[in-house]
Design a protein around this ligand. Structure first.
Ligand code: ADP
Ligand code: MG
Length: 579
C-alpha cells in the first residue's frame, strides 16, 4: 500500500498547485457549510424571542449569502479536484501505453490481451474514481464530521454524546462490510478480465471458430463465464443491499433518540428551540457523510486494488532497452557478426551456438526447414530478441550497447508475418518514417512491385486497408511490408521469407528491381526458393538451430547436401510445371 503510494506520488505531485486550490476550496466550502445551522439557530431564537423583523430579515439575508459562498466553493472544489483526476488518468494512460509498446515478446507471451485491455480501461477508471471523487469525498466527509461534531459538543455535550452513540456501530459496519465488498469486487475485476480475453480471442480467431463449427460451443462457454460474472456481481449487490439499509436504520434510530432527549430539554427550557433545530440540522448534514463513507471506503478499496494491477504493468522493466551509456551510433556500415550465439525459448534451445560474419554490403541467404531457427537468427539483429549467450555485433559493437532507436532506424525488417494498421496504404508504407515524402512512398511501392496494384485500388494511395478497410491478399501485404522497409532507406535489409506468398515470376521481377537499390547495403534474405537465393554472396543452411552448410550456390551444389537436394527438387518441379 505504502509502496503503491510512493509509486503514484509523482503523478499527484505534478498537480500540486491544483490540489492546493481544490483542497482549499473544499475546506472553505465545508466551513461555510458548517456555519449554516448556526445562522439558523440565531434566526429561530430571534423569532421565538420576538425580535424585530429587521433583525430576522438580516439573518435571512446572511443565510442566503453564506449559502451562495458555500455553493461557489463547492463548484470550484468539484471542478478542480475531478479535473485533476482526469489529468492523472491521462498521464497514467499514456505511460501505460508507452510501457506496453516497449515490453518484450516474453511479457506478451505471459499475458492475455483481454487482461491487459481490462487493466488499461476498467482498472484505470477505478484508480481515477479513487483519486478524484474518492479523495474529494473522503476529505469532505471527514472535515464535515469534525466540524459538525465539534460545534455539537461545544453547544451541548450531553446531547452530542447521545447523537454520537451509534457512531462505533457505524464504523464497525463500514469496516465489516467494506472488507467483504472489497474482496468480492476484486474477484469481479478478475472475471471481467477473463471475459475480455475470451471475447478478444474469439474475435481474433473468428475464422477458426467458424471453420471448425465451434460457434455454439463457444457461445455456451461464453454464457457460462458470463453467468458466473453476473452471479458474482449479484453477490456484491446483495452485500451492498444489506449494508446501506442497515446504515440508514442506525441513523434513523439516532434521530429518534435526539428528538426524544432534545425535545424534553426544550420543554424544560434547558436549551432554546434554535439550538434544538440546529442540532437536528447538523444531524441531517451528517447523514450524507455517513452513507458516503461506505461508498468512499469502497471507492478507495477498488482504487487500491486496481492501482496494484496497473502498477504491475508500469513496473515491468523492458528486457530489451537502450543501456544508460549507449555507444555512439551514427550511420552504420553494416558489418554483422554472431559470436557463439545461442537462443533458448521456454521449450528449449532454438538456436546455436552460431558463429557467422556478414560483411557490409554483401547479400547473405539463409535457408533451412521450418523451425530451423532462421527467424530467430535474424530477429537478433534489430534486438527483437536478445541472445541467451554470445554476442551479436554491428560494425564490431555489441548490439546491446547501442541506442535501440538508432539501431532499429538502420534496419529495414520485413518480418515473416506482416501486420497492416487500419490506415491508408500510404500511411502503412510510411509507418516507420512519418516524415517520408509522397515521392519516397511511391518509389518504395514501385520497387516493391506494389504500384500497379495500388493503381487498381478505389482511392489509390489513400485507400484504407487493414481491419477497417480493404483486405489485401497475402502477396500484397508482403509487398506493402517490403515497401515499408524500403522507405527507411536502411543500411541493412532483412527479408524474412518476405516473398513466400508471391508467385515466382513476380518475385523475380521484385528482386531484380531491388538489385540496384540494395547495392552497397547488407541484405539478409530468408527463402526456400533456390531461384531467389542462388545469386547471394553466401548461402547459409540452418538445421535445428545450427549452421550445417555454407558457401556459394555452386559450392553447396557440389557438396550434395541439404541445399543440393532442395535445388534438385525445385528444378524438377519447374520442369514438371513447364510440361
Ligand atoms: P524458422 O524461422 O526457421 O521457421 P524459428 O526461428 O521461427 O524458425 O523457430 C525456431 C524454433 O524456435 C522452433 O522450434 C520454434 O518452435 C521456436 N520458437 C520460435 N519462436 C518462438 C517463441 N516466440 N516462443 C517459443 N518458441 C519459439
Ligand atoms: Mg521463420
Amino acid at each position: 500500500m505504502l509502496r503503491n503510494l510512493k509509486r503514484i506520488w509523482p503523478y499527484l505531485w505534478k498537480y500540486r498547485r491544483g490540489w492546493a486550490v481544490g483542497l482549499s476550496s473544499l475546506i472553505l466550502k465545508d466551513v461555510t457549510g458548517a456555519l449554516l445551522p448556526l445562522v439558523v439557530r440565531y434566526a429561530i431564537d430571534a423569532l421565538t424571542s420576538g425580535k424585530r423583523l429587521q433583525v430576522i430579515a438580516g439573518l435571512a439575508l446572511l443565510l442566503i449569502a453564506v449559502s451562495l459562498v458555500k455553493g461557489f466553493f463547492q463548484y470550484w472544489m468539484r471542478l478542480i479536484l475531478v479535473g485533476i483526476s482526469r489529468d492523472v488518468e491521462y498521464d497514467i494512460r499514456n505511460d501505460l501505453f508507452g510501457r506496453l509498446v516497449t515490453l518484450s515478446p516474453g511479457f506478451f507471451a505471459r499475458s492475455q490481451t483481454g487482461d491487459l485491455m481490462a487493466r488499461s480501461t476498467n482498472d484505470l477508471n477505478a484508480v481515477r474514481m479513487m483519486l478524484g471523487p474518492g479523495i474529494m469525498y473522503w476529505t469532505e466527509t471527514s472535515l464535515t464530521f469534525l466540524l459538525a461534531i465539534g460545534i455539537m459538543v461545544f453547544s451541548d455535550w450531553r446531547l452530542a454524546l447521545l447523537a454520537l452513540l451509534p457512531a462505533p456501530l457505524v464504523s464497525f459496519n463500514v469496516i465489516f462490510f467494506g472488507q467483504r465488498i472489497h474482496s468480492r469486487f476484486q474477484k469481479i475485476q478478475e472475471m471481467f478480465s477473463d471475459i475480455s480475453s475470451r471475447v478478444q480471442e474469439n474475435l481474433s480467431g473468428v475464422r477458426m471458430v467458424r471453420a471448425f463449427a465451434q460457434e455454439d460451443a463457444e457461445i455456451r462457454r461464453f454464457e457460462k463465464l458470463n453467468r458466473a460474472y453476473i452471479a458474482q456481481n449479484l453477490r456484491l449487490a446483495r452485500l451492498q443491499g444489506t449494508f446501506e439499509p442497515l446504515l440508514e436504520a442506525l441513523i434513523g434510530l439516532t434521530f429518534v433518540a435526539v428528538l426524544w432527549a432534545g425535545g424534553r430539554q426544550v420543554l424544560q427550557h434547558r436549551i432554546s428551540l434554535g439550538s434544538f433545530v440546529m442540532f437536528n440540522t447538523y444531524m441531517s448534514i451528517l447523514v450524507w457523510p455517513m452513507i458516503a463513507l461506505g461508498w468512499v471506503v469502497n471507492l478507495m478499496q477498488r482504487g487500491t486494488a486496481s492501482l496494484t494491477r496497473i502498477l504491475e504493468i508500469l513496473d515491468q522493466v523492458p528486457a530489451i532497452a537502450t543501456p544508460p551509456d549507449p555507444a555512439p551510433c551514427g550511420e552504420v556500415r553494416g558489418d554483422i557478426s554472431f559470436e557463439n550465439v545461442t537462443v533458448e525459448y521456454p521449450a528449449g534451445r532454438a538456436l546455436g551456438p552460431i558463429d557467422l560474419t556478414i560483411r557490409a554490403g554483401s547479400t547473405v541467404a539463409i535457408v533451412g526447414r521450418t523451425g530451423s531457427g532462421k527467424s530467430t537468427l535474424v530477429n537478433l539483429i534489430p534486438r527483437l530478441l536478445d541472445p541467451n549467450a554470445g554476442v551479436v555485433r554491428l560494425d564490431g559493437i555489441d548490439a546491446r550497447r547501442l541506442d535501440l532507436q538508432s539501431l532499429r532506424a538502420q534496419i529495414g525488417m520485413v518480418p515473416q508475418e506482416t501486420f497492416l494498421f487500419s490506415a491508408t496504404i500510404a500511411e502503412n508504407i510510411a509507418f516507420g518514417m512519418e516524415t517520408a515524402t509522397r515521392e519516397a512512398v511511391e518509389s518504395a511501392a514501385e520497387l516493391a512491385g506494389l504500384a500497379s496494384d495500388i493503381e487498381g485500388f478505389p482511392n489509390g494511395f489513400e485507400t484504407m486497408v487493414g481491419e477497417r478497410g480493404l483486405t489485401l491478399s497475402g502477396g500484397q501485404k508482403q509487398r506493402t511490408a517490403i515497401a515499408r522497409a524500403l522507405v527507411l532507406n536502411p543500411r541493412i535489409l532483412i527479408l524474412d521469407d518476405a516473398l513466400s506468398s508471391v508467385d515466382t515470376l513476380t518475385e523475380d521481377r521484385i528482386l531484380s528491381g531491388l538489385a540496384h537499390v540494395v547495392a552497397g547495403r547488407t541484405v539478409i534474405l530468408i527463402s526456400h526458393r533456390v531461384s531467389t537465393v542462388r545469386s547471394a554472396d553466401e548461402i547459409v543452411v540452418l538445421d535445428k538451430g545450427r549452421i550445417v552448410e555454407r558457401g556459394t550456390h555452386e559450392e553447396l551444389i557440389a557438396r550434395a547436401g541439404y541445399y543440393a537436394d532442395l535445388a534438385q527438387k525445385q528444378t524438377l518441379e519447374e520442369e514438371l510445371e513447364a510440361i
